[in-house]
Design a binder for this molecule. Structure first.
Ligand code: NDP
Length: 258
């Protein structure tokens, strides 16, 4: 299915997974709007160029913090003004911080829940009525394998991503029969700044070398290797093109967690 004529918003599309998703949707013909706190670097990417930093050619960018209700309202309106009614929303903006439970401050907990879970709620609520009125819409939430199983030292992140998966299922149920589908993708560790920071943290704290740390993180992924941003983008595209709803798709596709 071509996405020509469709308007897609990708939150956190300035780098990493969000940028790869934004570029994949643009390749399929969608008009893309990116919402993030900082402006993406204005570099033009050819298909062979690294997807990890840069901007999507022809895309519109609106600056907003996904935790901020009024900023999201204004940013989404700016996206509509630039690219028309919103057909596709990818809730990708997210942060991760790790800590033992005892050292998890309330501020850290609130920051992670606000960005990953409340941000997903605010952005979804912003588009839900227009999508159901149009009788077509696609919402894809970037959760994580940490939204499906527990892992040590990331209790706030795990709780936020379990919340995203639960929210996905609830809104999918509410949207049933309207033409709007709501799904989640659940990547394991994926090659982005988040992973690079995790590796740096672990090597600093444990004295392990980088290669061993990467091997350990890869081993905790269901597929036993680090995922690529392109694989996550492909999974998002499958959910945008399909009619399934309420799913939490593990990435790389076809891998099981248990
Ligand atoms: P990056 O740190 O590379 O990118 C995060 C993006 O989110 C940036 O564009 C950032 O832009 C944006 N962002 C962060 N906070 C906010 C905010 N408050 N408001 C608006 N935008 C925000 O991360 P990844 O690409 O690795 O992660 C993307 C998503 O994928 C996240 O939800 C993450 O939890 C999830 N994920 C990542 C995995 C990994 O191993 N990399 C594995 C599983 C899931 P800016 O800073 O300019 O606002």
């Amino acid at each position: 299915m071509s996405l020509a004529g469709k308007h897609a918003i990708v939150t956190g599309g300035s780098r990493g997974i969000g940028l790869a998703v934004a570029q994949r949707l643009a390749q399929e013909g969608a008009r893309v709007s990116i919402v993030s706190r900082s402006t993406p670097q204005r570099v033009t990417l050819s298909p062979s160029t690294s997807l990890r930093t840069g901007s999507v050619e022809g895309s519109f960018h609106a600056t907003a913090d996904v935790c901020n209700e009024s900023e999201i309202r204004a940013a989404f309106q700016a996206c509509r003004d630039a690219n028309g009614p919103i057909d596709i929303l990818v809730n990708n903006a997210g942060i991760v911080e790790s800590s033992t439970l005892g050292r998890t401050s309330l501020e850290m907990w609130d920051r992670i829940i606000a960005t990953n879970l409340t941000g997903t709620f605010l952005c979804t609520r912003e588009v839900f009525a227009e999508m159901t009125a149009a009788k077509w819409g696609r919402i894809v939430n970037v959760a994580s394998t940490a939204g499906l199983v527990g892992a040590p030292y990331i209790s706030a992140y795990c709780a936020s991503k379990h919340g995203v998966v639960g929210f996905t299922r609830a809104v999918a149920a509410e949207a049933a029969g309207t033409g709007v589908t709501v799904n989640a993708v659940c990547p394991g560790y994926t090659e982005t700044d988040i992973l690079r920071n995790a590796v740096a943290n672990i090597t600093a704290k444990t004295g392990r070398d980088e290669e061993e740390t990467r091997r350990l993180l890869a081993a905790s992924n269901p597929q036993g290797r680090i995922a690529t941003v392109e694989e996550v983008a492909e999974a998002v595209l499958i959910l945008v093109n399909g009619s399934q709803t309420g799913e939490a798709m593990i990435v790389p596709i076809g891998e099981a967690l248990y």
